[in-house]
Unconditional design. Structure first.
Length: 237
């Protein structure tokens, strides 16, 4: 009897987590929309109605999003879209990426034989998604779900390098960096205009792994610095 209750409870928890994760992804879609502006109120009830779910998974998703910095909560007022990142915050984010990701690339080079085939597969997926984005952009504004899918494919390349370190602390940090990168894109309303550049730079990183840790770290640093330069250009526009 106890085992049955435990199994049912576990199934309910898994089902609830699955719903929360889906709602989380949908709220991220809302944050990517061009009509979503910093400071805009996010009503739990309104979001729940739009998504066709109860308020509970929306509330849970917003709690998680608050930890990423994408939304903020005011006592007795609810949630709002977070303010844009200031220039010094953007620089701090890129500095953190330089330290963590170039270091991760150097460490991951020790597992180059196993890692590079996975990176080449991720790069191929990135190239294919870039072609889809390029075609869609000629037809007008990019659909939100396509933006989300492109960002996921783009970041997966970086996450695989974190995984390639076999260091659990760095792998955990990958998730934290990912949400901050998402917020950067939310702030700049950018991230796909440089898709072809990103593909070329990712390919250079893959090739650098054959030359050893220093080359891998340098290729990653070069990529992140170039993303920084492009982000600065976008923020001026």
């Amino acid at each position: 009897m106890t085992d049955s209750v435990f199994r049912l409870a576990s199934a309910d928890v898994i089902k609830q987590r699955g719903l929360r994760d889906r709602v989380y992804d949908r709220v991220l879609d809302v944050l990517l929309r061009s009509d979503t502006t910093p400071g805009m109120r996010l009503s739990i009830e309104a979001v729940a109605r739009e998504l066709g779910v109860s308020p509970t998974p929306v509330r849970e998703a917003l709690v998680l999003l608050e930890r990423t910095g994408l939304v903020t909560r005011e006592a007795n007022k609810g949630y709002r879209v977070a303010p844009q990142l200031a220039d010094d915050q953007l620089d701090a984010l890129f500095d953190a990426r330089l330290v963590l990701e170039s270091g991760a690339a150097a460490l991951a080079s020790a597992h180059e034989v196993a890692l590079v085939p996975r990176l080449r597969a991720a790069l191929a997926e990135h190239e294919a998604m870039t072609a889809v984005v390029r075609a869609a952009s000629t037809a007008g504004e990019l659909p939100v779900d396509l933006l989300r899918d492109y960002f996921a494919v783009d970041w997966n390349f970086h996450h695989l390098i974190f995984e390639g370190t076999h260091n659990p602390f760095l792998i955990d940090m990958s998730a934290g960096i990912s949400t901050r990168v998402h917020r950067m894109r939310q702030t700049l309303q950018t991230g796909v205009s440089d898709a072809d550049d990103a593909v070329r730079e990712h390919r250079a990183i893959v090739d650098a792994f054959a030359e050893g840790p220093d080359a891998a770290a340098l290729a990653m640093r070069t990529h992140i610095e170039r993303v920084r330069e492009r982000s600065r250009s976008d923020s001026v526009l």
